[in-house]
Design a protein around this ligand. Structure first.
Ligand code: HEC
Ligand code: HEC
Length: 371
């Protein structure tokens, strides 16, 4: 077990070695991240440094339905805390009832993600990504486009002027600052308090059961291969932080679909190829974090796998139906011959990645009725 911990220390260390004094040039009052000792801080854009005041304002905005044009939903309607800030719908549904094509992503440790959303290599900053649910028209989520003035005026009332003044002293109330505050709140949502964290990083040998330890060993084994794509302390290759400069490629085709024998995904969503226009990116999606994964069902970019046990089955088979023989499938998805006990051990290990403290932390909770 001691060996195990050294291994995780090494994983972390390997990500840190590239560091040689790349501190941000000017940080005003340092924001206190709630991180385990010796963990690297996320990278924060220099034009939107973290502050308690911005996080406070961002939280209020996150849960405020006034942010949608018809006051029907807030960010928190789709991103539900008790479900790891994901939701149980197969795909998200916007404020006008229009369906999104994708499953709502969980929010935790998003500040560390090097790419945002399920399949976009160019969306690297939260300040860009948050514009999508706010102003996107296909599908409509919050639906602000065409209603900009009307929506913005709502934040000139109540305690908002004071909150904005605290967060952005001397500046007018603008969407730019709404977005900066929301981004700061989302960045503040860090989670390192799962049983796995207690075992791997806090020296608590009893935090994992025997079965979970066996499952962890399988997860990190060359036989199961999971760690290649769901590696690092955030269980996703799509990570960056201030002590790492590796450019990992986090997008993979896992063999969920193969419509034409050549690996095509359904027209409704073909993944990274839509952005990159490169044939080899057909069906490539971001390997998501597995933190909190037990509470974020259903799974995959389109919510097409209902339970975690079914996801493990999917990997055991090496894909789904025709997807198994897809020529575009990643070589690590090759099928795993596993016993029932191993299956259960892996499931139990994934359960150890749940952070109940985070999922109930009042610091991130809504306010009951939000207007
Ligand atoms: C209608 C439901 C819905 C609403 C409302 C919504 N989201 Fe999302 N959110 C989603 C879906 C679906 C995705 C995945 C999008 C994709 O891959 O194209 C997502 C992705 C994200 C991500 C990317 C996470 C990651 O790991 O890359 C962030 C951050 C996020 N949302 C924050 C917000 C914020 C902040 C708001 C409010 C301004 C908001 N969302 C409103 C459904 C919603
Ligand atoms: C080749 C890289 C790769 C390997 C190896 C891999 N995964 Fe994944 N995993 C992904 C990608 C990419 C997705 C998202 C696929 C999609 O939505 O189209 C995913 C999705 C998942 C999900 C669903 C998460 C969610 O929030 O929807 C779980 C659970 C999961 N993987 C667990 C595992 C386990 C357990 C293993 C080992 C048996 C494993 N993965 C091996 C790349 C990989």
């Amino acid at each position: 077990m001691v060996l195990r911990k050294e291994f995780f220390a090494l994983v972390l260390f390997a990500e840190i070695v590239t560091l040689t004094g790349c501190a941000e040039p000017e940080a005003p009052k340092p924001y206190q991240w709630n991180l385990p000792e010796n963990f690297p801080e996320p990278i924060v854009p220099t034009d939107n440094p973290m502050s308690e005041a911005k996080v406070r304002l961002g939280k209020k905005l996150f849960y405020d339905k006034q942010l949608s044009f018809n006051q029907a939903m807030s960010c928190g309607t789709c991103h539900i805390q008790s479900l790891g800030f994901a939701e149980s719908k197969t795909v998200a549904v916007g404020s006008t009832g229009q369906s999104h094509r994708r499953n709502t992503q969980p929010l935790l440790n998003v500040a560390y993600n090097s790419n945002l959303t399920w399949a976009h290599s160019g969306l690297t900053q939260l300040e860009q990504q948050i514009l999508l649910p706010m102003f996107g028209e296909e599908p409509i989520e919050l639906g602000i486009t065409g209603h900009e003035e009307e929506v913005l005026e709502r934040f000139d009332r109540g305690d908002y002027p004071e909150l904005f003044e605290g967060a952005f002293p001397g500046e007018p109330i603008t969407f730019n600052n709404v977005v900066k505050a929301l981004a700061s709140f989302v960045r503040s949502m860090v989670s390192f308090n799962s049983d796995f964290d207690r075992y791997a990083y806090q020296g608590d040998d009893n935090a994992l059961s025997e079965s979970q330890i066996r499952g962890m060993n399988l997860f990190f084994s060359e036989r199961f291969e999971c760690f290649h794509c769901h590696g690092g302390f955030n269980f996703t290759q799509s990570s960056k932080h201030e002590q790492q400069q590796l450019d990992l490629k986090p997008f993979h085709n896992t063999g969920l679909y193969n419509e034409d024998g050549e690996g095509a995904y359904p027209d409704i969503d073909q993944g990274l190829i839509e952005i990159s226009r490169r044939d080899k990116d057909m069906g490539r999606f971001r390997a998501p974090t597995l933190r909190n994964v037990t509470v974020t069902a259903p799974y995959m970019h389109d919510g097409s796998i209902e339970t975690l046990a079914d996801v493990i089955d999917f990997y055991a088979k090496g894909g789904r139906r025709e997807g198994i023989s897809s020529p575009l499938k990643n070589a690590f998805i090759k099928g795993i011959d596993m016993t029932d006990e191993e299956r259960q051990d892996l499931l139990n290990f994934l359960e150890s990645l749940t952070d109940e403290t985070f999922n109930t932390d009042p610091q991130f909770a809504g306010f009951g009725t939000s207007h």
